[in-house]
Write a protein that binds this ligand. Structure first.
Ligand code: 6PG
Length: 465
């Protein structure tokens, strides 16, 4: 073990912290790692160091003070711990740090808590960077997508480390970019996860539609085929693999309970969208689908599953086009949510860069994301992208046809159906909200605006006279 001071520290040697530390050390940085040495975590540090003894630039600590004094100043400390432990660790860490030191929270923290922590740290002149990291264990080890938010100067100090460990895009540029001030890094990571939820849900709905008629191999083949087209995505690729994974004589998937948990980022995205007034129905639908999946006992009791059609009669082209349209609507909604928050908090987010750093390393990497990274050079919102709108227009019939199939085959399709509703609502210039305005005014004198009053003044009618 070297006695040199370390350039960067990592707190938390769970799966992600261990992988990220190895990534940093393999990139020749001198890395100090800290983990407590109590209870089930006893021996974590010593085991980690002995397992990786070839990396002599890695030093392990179980005493926080020694860990801190091993770090070069200004200290750079990455927290790779669960979101609910961040404040507890800060309580221990802050008294040991000095002004200009930088703490990087690389977990899935809520962006508002990140902003509270930034204010707390700022009182001692300490920088706090809320940093989204995506890519799971493999990503953390060999190249994640990294979304840092906070002060620009703090980012400048940690940029060389993040660039070295990040995944690389098609032009070999690191998949990391300064996102913006405050909690913007954690906000975009939260939306990343929301988009991820929808991408997973769309595939789950297609699987449910097809599974009564097609074998796992056939569904896998279809997904594999789509993955060779512009529909290519990491989640489509792994889904094709999951479908054909065998266990003994059967498919592993058949032995997995149909109950999906979550760690909260999907519902946070939905709550943020509700607070910001951004239409985000697909993410909410995906979150609620997981909640309903958890009510296994109730679903089993009320089970009305019946095969409504004896033979499958799927229009495979329509499925493909509908899936394509729904994915684009998902991305459109996700990026709109970020556009709304950027406006609200005055975050100067570069959308093209954001899409670019999501082209590799992260869970939602895809051919579409690559395409969007170019599109966002010309538009700020995908709603203003004529080609996107025209493409969705061309695929509307397929989306409607597939929605009809879900109904015909009695398969719940929360994500596909809200995609359809969103698209139809978005492209209906004259909606029924005139009636909503009138109802509000009728029972509560909430007033309404008139089509013949360009100033948008408030009008009221005494409806019962
Ligand atoms: C990633 C993932 C990762 C994780 C989330 C999603 O980008 O690497 O999004 O952060 O999968 O925790 O979690 P849940 O599905 O458990 O909410």
């Amino acid at each position: 073990m070297s006695n040199l001071q370390s350039e960067i520290g990592v707190v938390g040697l769970g799966v992600m912290g261990a992988a990220l530390s190895l990534n940093l050390a393999s990139n020749t940085f001198r890395v100090a790692v800290f983990n407590r040495d109590t209870g089930t975590e006893k021996g974590t540090v010593s085991n980690f160091i002995s397992r990786n003894s070839s990396l002599t630039n890695l030093q392990g600590f179980t005493d926080l003070k020694s860990f801190i004094s091993n770090l070069e100043r200004p200290r750079k400390i990455i927290l790779m711990i669960s979101a609910n432990a961040v404040d507890i660790v800060l309580d221990d860490l802050l008294p040991l740090l000095d002004a200009n030191d930088i703490i990087i929270d690389a977990g899935n923290s809520h962006f508002k808590e990140t902003e509270d922590r930034q204010s707390r740290c700022a009182k001692s002149g300490i920088e706090f960077v809320g940093c989204g990291v995506s890519g799971g264990e493999r990503g953390a080890r060999f190249g994640p997508s990294i979304m840092p938010g906070g002060s620009k100067s703090a980012y400048a100090s940690i940029e060389p480390y993040l660039k070295a460990i990040a995944a690389k895009d098609v032009h070999s540029k690191p998949c990391v970019s300064y996102i913006g001030a405050g909690g913007s890094g954690h906000f975009v990571k939260m939306v990343h996860n929301g988009i991820e939820y929808v991408e997973m849900q769309l595939l789950a709905e297609l699987y449910q539609l097809l599974r009564n008629y097609w074998s796992n191999e056939q569904i896998s083949e279809l997904f594999e085929e789509w993955n060779q087209t512009d529909l290519q995505s990491y989640l489509l690729e792994i889904t094709a693999n999951i479908l054909i994974k065998k266990e003994d004589d059967g498919f592993l998937l058949s032995s997995i309970l149909d109950k999906a948990g979550n760690k909260g980022t999907g519902s946070w995205s939905s709550i943020a969208a509700l607070e910001l007034g951004s239409e985000n129905s697909m993410m909410s639908a995906a979150v609620f689908a997981r909640y309903l999946s958890s009510q296994k006992e109730t679903r089993a009791r009320l089970d009305h599953i019946r095969v409504t059609k004896e033979f499958a009669d799927f229009d495979v082209d329509a499925l493909k086009n509908a899936y394509n349209a729904a994915r684009r609507l998902n991305h459109l909604q996700g990026f709109e949510l970020i556009r709304y928050v950027a406006k609200e908090f005055d975050w100067d987010i570069n959308f093209s860069e954001l899409a670019r750093i999501w082209t590799n390393g992260c869970i939602i990497r895809s051919n579409l994301m690559e395409n969007l990274s170019h599109r966002f050079k010309n538009v700020h919102s995908l709603i203003d992208d004529d080609e996107i709108i025209q493409g969705l227009n061309d695929q509307e019939d397929a989306l409607s046809e597939v929605l009809q199939s879900f109904i015909d085959y009695r398969v719940a399709a929360p994500a596909f159906s809200v995609a359809w509703n969103y698209w139809i609502g978005l492209t209906t210039g004259n909606g029924p909200a005139n009636l909503i305005q009138a109802q509000r005014d009728y029972f509560g004198a909430h007033t309404y605006q008139r089509v013949d009053d360009p100033n948008g003044a408030s009008h009221h009618t005494n409806w019962e006279q």
